[in-house]
Structure formats: structure tokens, C-alpha cells
Design a protein around this ligand. Structure first.
Ligand code: ADP
Ligand code: ZN
Length: 528
């Protein structure tokens, strides 16, 4: 059935049924495919597992011209090529791992429906390759994981940045960016980096209703791990697989050993293992021969496994974008699944560490902002789902989702007017030049050198807050920030805290012996 594409609107229905056996489209798939067929540039922002790939799989089959798909990882391309071939689609990949010398000439003569390429390879191709292929026709140029192009993304890759050169060669070809990272900055960055012209932008919902979100504070170490191992051994293997993400390789190894000792079928995956060992681990996990995977975030893209029931974060991730992606690997089959995040306060002080590779001031600022958002998520006392969706710029109509820790545990509330007054007044006395530690140390009556040098020990407030731990005061500060009484300003790597206009108003209606009621939720850290 060669020849020009069928006219009429429904030309994409035959491939959908013939090759994929799907009965209909999911949200936005049809619209995006239609726009690509009309040669319009598209930006597709949809959650992991929502079916972005179909958007670039169908157009080449409709117009019967090669579609190019840029993808960051060889392993990811290999998986896709395999599953497309099984459906009878002519797919191949070009990249450093391609050992078959016939692939490139075949690609050049238009013999593939879908050709995957690494960004490096695409940029290194001779102009003649592109001009030959262009003569035969290129149905689309898709860039998967397109957030890698943005410095504001959580996974910036220099090679992606160079793809804009191809825009000038592939003038009439529609460019399609696909990503699961939704922040506005990243979105506009993709559009400008790929020099898209009036793109059709499809932003799907990021609400993963079948995922439960929960957060707890914890102390890193063997006794916590023992407890975790006990919990996990109750769950596996009957109820699907688990991924445990750690922030360091040391943590990965420690948890891996503990799970192994109990006889659980557990795998390990991190950046310092050689490729072969990593691939083996990945393969066994995908095939259900391992029930638990303990990994750093190196275990990432391309984990298209439907039955992951649980993703645990042992330590706070560096951004909400990465948290959303990592936790989003569970429950792809739509069945109820669980995401737990365990954090300690020291996780929040890792900005310097994450800034390590950043070169520009923008990159440093992006790292700081990201970590701050993750911190706020951990400390939030309101609905986690709403918090996440807000972060991605999506309106969540209800206040409670009923499927996160904060929604199902009814938090106690109490009047904290006295404590809130002390903290705000003390922060006011510090004149917004400090973070939280200084005012809290003052309230707790510290006589450190810093405090006496600034004569803060002479303040009438000095020592009035001895009754509570420093963590308790920090938890209160978090509440006051989230309710708008205090505000934080980030400069360089310092965060200063000051009293907001709303807080000023409260202070002005309060006196040392009387404060208007201020009822706040009691967060778990206030119970410690
Ligand atoms: P993403 O790239 O957005 O993470 P995928 O493209 O890998 O998501 O799709 C996730 C799953 O949904 C795949 O198993 C795919 O086969 C399935 N899928 C996609 N589109 C449809 C559809 N229209 N009908 C049924 N299943 C679909
Ligand atoms: Zn909720």
C-alpha cells in the first residue's frame, strides 16, 4: 500500500490498529499526530507513561517517510527498536553502539520507518546524509527527553544544545519536542533552543491518581535500614517490584547488602558499575527476576516496567522534577502504587554538592531553586498531590486528594500564637539578615560568640524559647512560611528569612502579653 498518504482526516487510524492494536487515542495523541502531519512543530509535555511515544511512532507510518527520533540513551533506543520491530515496524538506531555497518546506508536510502539517533550522532552526520534523506522525504524530527536541552532542566546535556544546527538543514521538517518535565522555563527553553516556529503545545495532566505520596523524616543508618528491610520483606514478591533510590553510592551498597542478607532477590545499580553489570541488573529487574532494585538516579530513563508497586527515596532528591520522574516509575499499569520519600534536614544543605558541575550563575541558581522546592515539598503539611501539581503549573481543583499522607492522616491543629509571635519578633530583630539558625539560637538562649558580638544576648527575647528544640522551631518556621507570615530570600547559596507584610500585620496587632489566635497544623516534626 505505497503511494501518497490517504487524504481525509482519519489517515492515522489504519496504522493505529494495524501496528499497535489500540482501539483509540489517549489524551492529546490524536491532536499531536494531526499537527505533525500538517508539518507543524509540536511541543509535547506529558507525564511519564502517558503515551508520548505514539505521537512520533504514527506519523512516519502514515506518510511512509522516515521519522528521526533523538534519544539520549543507547539502551533506551535498543528497547524501543526491539519492540517496534516486533510490531512489524522498520526501526533501527544509529549511535556509537551500532555495530552493523549496513544500517547507515539503509537509513540514508530511506529504508526505515523510524530511525533513532543519539544527539551526538545526529550532529556528526555528513550533510550529504541529510540531503539524500531529505530528497526522499523526512516525516518528522522528534527530540525525546527534550528537557535535556535546557539549562533549567534537571538533566542538562551539552550534546542536546547542538541540535539547533539541524534545524537549519531540515528546513521543512516538523520538529517535535517531547518531555515529562513541565516547568514553564524548561518549556520556553525547548521551544527557543529547537528554533520552533509557532509550535502546537500539548500539556497533559500530571496527576497520577493511582500513586500514593508520602513523606517522613528519618535518621540515616543501619537501624532505619533494618526497619525498611523488614517492611519490604513483608511486601515482595507477592505485590510487584520496588525501587529504592539513594543519594549516594555508599547508601546504595549498605541497603543492598542488608536486603541481600535476608534472601530477598535484590539488584544494585549505580554510575560506578561497569556497563555490563548495569545492563545485567536492569535486564533481570525488568524480567521480574529481581524484586527490589537499590540504585542511584543513574537507574533512570527507559524503565518501562508496568508493575513497579513502590518507589522509596532514601534521602531527599535534588528537585521535584526528578522526584516526580523517579517516583512516577511506579504504577504505570494504573494499579494503586506507593511513593515514600524519607528525608533528613542535612539533605537540604547539599546545594553546594549539587552545584558541583554547574558553570554559570544561572545554573547555580537553578540548582538552588530546585532543591528549595524539594525541601518545601518535604516539609509541607498540605496535600502532596496539590503541591506537586502546583509546582508544574497545573491547577488541582480540590484542596485534598485523599491519597497522600497529609490527606489521610488528620493533622492536629493548635493555637501557636505565643510561639509564632516570639519567632516572628525575633526574626524582625535580626532585620532579615540571617537564615533561621540565628533567630532560633537567640530564642533558645545561646551565648555563642556570634550572638554576643552582635549583642543579640541583650535582646528581651533572648532565651524565651528554651522550651522547644531547634528542629521544633524550624518546623514552626516552615508552617509560618507556608502560611505566608515569613518569607525566604535566596541569594547565592544563602537563604535569609524575614517577616512578610502579613506577618508584620500580625506583629502590629500583638503585644508581649497578648497575641491574637494563630492556629496552625502540628506537623510530625513538632511531635518528635
Ligand atoms: P511515555 O513515553 O509518555 O512515558 P509511553 O509512550 O512509553 O509513555 O507509553 C506508555 C504505555 O502506554 C505503553 O505501554 C504504551 O504501549 C501504552 N499506550 C500508549 N498509547 C496508547 C493508546 N492509545 N492505547 C493504549 N495504550 C497506549
Ligand atoms: Zn493529598
Amino acid at each position: 500500500r505505497k503511494g501518497p498518504p490517504r487524504k481525509g482526516r482519519e489517515s492515522y487510524i489504519p496504522p493505529l490498529v494495524k501496528y499497535f492494536g489500540y482501539s483509540g487515542f489517549r489524551e492529546y495523541q490524536k491532536e499531536v499526530i494531526e499537527k505533525i502531519l500538517l508539518k507543524r512543530d509540536c511541543l509535547v509535555v506529558m507525564a511519564t507513561g502517558s503515551g508520548k511515544s505514539l505521537c512520533y511512532q504514527v506519523p512516519p507510518l502514515v506518510v511512509r517517510k522516515t521519522g528521526i527520533v533523538i534519544s539520549p540513551l543507547i539502551a533506551l533506543m535498543q528497547d524501543q527498536v526491539m519492540s517496534l520491530k516486533q510490531r512489524g515496524i522498520r526501526a533501527e538506531f544509529l549511535g556509537s553502539a551500532q555495530m552493523n555497518p549496513t544500517v547507515q546506508p539503509k537509513a540514508e536510502s530511506g529504508q526505515f520507518d523510524i530511525l533513532f539517533m543519539t544527539p551526538e550522532k545526529a550532529c556528526l552526520m555528513p550533510t550529504s546524509f541529510w540531503s539524500n534523506l531529505l530528497e526522499l522525504g523526512i516525516s518528522m524530527f522528534a527530540v525525546d527527553e527534550a528537557h535535556c536541552i535546557s539549562e533549567w532542566g534537571h538533566d542538562f546535556r551539552v550534546e542536546y544544545k547542538q541540535l539547533d544546527r539541524l534545524r537549519d538543514i531540515l528546513l521543512d521538517v516538523p520538529f517535535v519536542g517531547l518531555t515529562a518535565t513541565a516547568t514553564a522555563k524548561v518549556r520556553t527553553d525547548i521551544i527557543s533552543s529547537l528554533k520552533m516556529k509557532d509550535p502546537f503545545v500539548a500539556i497533559g495532566s500530571f496527576d497520577r491518581r493511582n500513586l500514593f505520596y508520602g513523606v517522613k523524616s528519618f535518621s540515616r543508618g543501619q537501624s532505619f535500614i533494618n526497619e525498611l528491610v523488614r517492611e519490604i520483606s513483608k511486601l515482595v514478591p507477592s505485590s510487584g517490584s520496588t525501587i529504592i533510590y539513594c543519594t549516594t553510592i555508599r547508601d546504595v551498597e549498605q541497603i543492598f547488602r542488608s536486603l541481600q542478607e535476608t534472601g530477598i532477590k535484590v539488584g544494585i545499580y549505580h554510575g560506578q558499575m561497569d556497563n555490563k553489570a548495569r545492563e545485567e541488573s536492569h535486564r533481570l529487574f525488568i524480567r521480574d527476576e529481581l524484586h527490589v532494585m537499590v540504585a542511584t538516579i543513574a537507574f533512570g530513563m527507559g524503565i518501562d516496567k508496568p508493575n513497579i508497586r513502590q518507589v522509596i527515596h532514601y534521602g531527599c532528591p535534588k528537585s521535584l522534577e526528578s522526584y516526580y520522574q523517579e517516583s512516577g516509575r511506579c504504577g504505570r499499569d494504573g494499579i494503586a502504587s506507593v511513593c515514600w520519600l524519607y528525608y533528613t534536614r542535612s539533605d537540604f544543605a547539599k546545594a553546594e554538592f549539587y552545584c558541583g558541575e554547574s558553570q554559570t550563575e544561572n545554573q547555580r541558581r537553578a540548582v538552588m531553586d530546585s532543591l528549595m522546592a524539594a525541601q518545601h515539598y518535604c516539609l509541607a503539611t498540605t496535600c502532596r498531590r496539590k503541591f506537586l501539581l502546583d509546582h508544574f503549573g497545573e491547577k488541582y481543583s480540590a484542596d485534598k486528594c485523599g491519597n497522600c499522607d497529609n490527606c489521610i492522616v488528620s493533622k492536629k491543629e493548635r493555637d501557636m500564637s505565643r510561639e509564632a509571635f516570639l519567632l516572628m519578633a525575633c526574626i524582625q530583630s535580626c532585620r532579615g539578615r540571617w537564615g533561621l539558625n540565628m533567630p532560633i539560637d537567640i530564642l533558645r538562649g545561646s551565648r555563642s560568640k556570634k550572638i554576643s558580638e552582635a549583642q543579640f544576648d541583650k535582646l528581651p527575647l533572648h532565651g524565651l524559647g528554651k522550651g522547644y528544640s531547634s528542629n521544633w522551631w524550624k518546623a514552626l518556621a516552615t508552617q509560618l512560611i507556608s502560611y505566608g507570615y515569613l518569607m525566604q530570600t535566596v541569594s547565592d547559596i544563602y537563604v535569609t528569612v524575614s517577616v512578610s507584610p502579613k506577618g508584620q500585620q500580625y506583629l502590629s496587632s500583638a503585644r508581649p502579653d497578648y497575641q491574637p489566635p494563630l492556629v496552625l497544623p502540628v506537623s510530625s516534626e513538632m511531635l518528635d
